[in-house]
Design a protein around this ligand. Structure first.
Ligand SMILES: NC(=O)c1ccc[n+]([C@@H]2O[C@H](COP(=O)([O-])OP(=O)(O)OC[C@H]3O[C@@H](n4cnc5c(N)ncnc54)[C@H](O)[C@@H]3O)[C@@H](O)[C@H]2O)c1
Length: 249
């Protein structure tokens, strides 16, 4: 396979955590990996690119706020004109702004809905026409166990992650006839910067709810995402795969 034949994979939130693990998993097959992030600096993105280089893959990274419709449209136009197609889109960028509903200001609600949910619309909208033309493509949206069961202090986050599930199933129905699959992966508790900020007490409480008895690693999630974009999963669309050590069953 020449580099031109390898899959073009766009991963939002690909600079670190789960997104980085997904990038490296696709890197193993020599896919052309495009990371999107919105970190204050390029250090995490550069680390991921370095790890891709070690795998022999020339990836690239873009600092773009995926909650901006215009910015995302511009980014995908640029990617499509350079690479001529996008085979896989992984909508993984996400944030938390946890607080009780009674204390939640409108800005806190809006920011989480925009970054976690509107971004999935923005990126999927920007890529779907090209996938329809190709009659081929895989989209995986990263939801959360919290979208299925709710969580104290996370009404905004849970709403965004449940919204992703409804969105994924609807778009899956719209594009299935064109050979495109749309699925969601719902991680449980995964060790990343997002969960590093939680207190030891909260972490211990999560651990108690995990039947498999350990917290998740980013690679656990990446394996499921990768598989959903493989030939072996070509008959699967509109599904939510929970990768949570059994937190949700
Ligand atoms: N870590 C967990 O336990 C866990 C559990 C369930 C779901 N998730 C979901 O998995 C995804 C990845 O989480 P993580 O733990 O790896 O997080 P992380 O904080 O390690 O990484 C988040 C990534 O999203 C990017 N991002 C944030 N806002 C952005 C914006 N406006 N535009 C573009 N990129 C933006 C960041 O730059 C970074 O690359 C998120 O959607 C998160 O909600 C995580």
């Amino acid at each position: 396979m020449t580099n031109r034949d390898s899959r073009v994979v766009v991963i939002t939130g690909g600079s670190k955590g789960i997104g980085r693990a997904v990038a490296l998993k696709f890197g193993e097959e020599q896919a052309r990996v495009i990371l999107v992030h919105y970190d204050p600096d390029e250090s995490a993105a550069n680390e991921t690119l370095d790890e891709l280089t070690q795998l022999g893959v020339g990836g690239e990274s873009h600092k773009v706020d995926v909650s901006s419709f215009e910015a995302v449209e511009g980014l995908f136009k640029e990617i499509l004109s350079k690479f001529e197609r996008i085979d896989v889109l992984v909508n993984n960028a996400g944030i938390t702004r946890d607080t009780l509903l009674m204390r939640m200001g409108e800005d806190v609600w809006d920011s989480v809905i925009k970054v976690n949910l509107k971004s999935v619309f923005n990126c999927t909208h920007a890529v779907v026409k090209s996938m329809v033309k190709q009659r081929k493509g895989n989209i995986v949206n990263i939801s959360s166990v919290v979208g299925a069961i709710g969580n104290f202090g996370q009404s905004n986050y849970a709403a965004s992650k449940a919204g992703i599930i409804g969105f994924s199933k609807s778009v899956a129905k719209e594009v299935a006839g064109r050979g495109i699959t749309v699925n969601a992966v719902a991680p449980g508790f995964v060790e990343t910067d997002m969960t590093a900020v939680l207190s030891e007490k909260v972490k211990a409480a999560f651990l108690e709810q995990i039947p498999l008895g350990r917290v998740g690693k980013p690679k656990d999630i990446a394996e499921a995402v990768y598989w959903l974009c493989s030939k072996g999963a070509s008959y699967i669309t509109g599904q939510v795969i929970h990768v949570s050590g059994g937190m949700y069953m």
